[in-house]
Design a protein around this ligand. Structure first.
Ligand SMILES: [Zn+2]
Length: 104
């Protein structure tokens, strides 16, 4: 079963791809398994996705909704109820490159 995609009203992820990032050790040799999640920064949710293998954040976006004349940012209560199926991961700020992975 495929995870459901992020809402289709949402503009593309911010391009922040650095393909030639420094070789990281052991986990460099895998195919990133990206999973949608909510990134919580200072109590504010953002739509994001991260790799479940290494925790690398692939991208994030504001939780937007179409409205007259453009987009509006959803209040966080709406975000939490709309995306309640997504895992919520608190991070320090949006410059963080990796989420903390749960040890299992
Ligand atoms: Zn990865």
């Amino acid at each position: 079963m495929k995870n459901k995609e992020l809402g289709n009203d949402i503009p593309k992820y911010k391009k922040k791809t650095k393909s030639n990032c420094s070789k990281s050790k052991s986990k460099s040799d895998h195919k990133h398994q990206n999973k949608d999640c909510l990134l919580i920064v200072e109590n504010r949710p953002y739509l994001g996705s991260y790799c479940t293998v290494c925790g690398k954040i692939r991208g994030w976006n504001y939780c937007l909704e179409k409205c007259e004349g453009g987009y509006r940012e959803l209040p966080k209560e709406e975000v939490y109820s709309k995306y309640k199926d997504l895992e919520q991961i608190a991070i320090k700020d949006l410059f963080v490159k990796y989420v903390p992975l749960k040890a299992d």
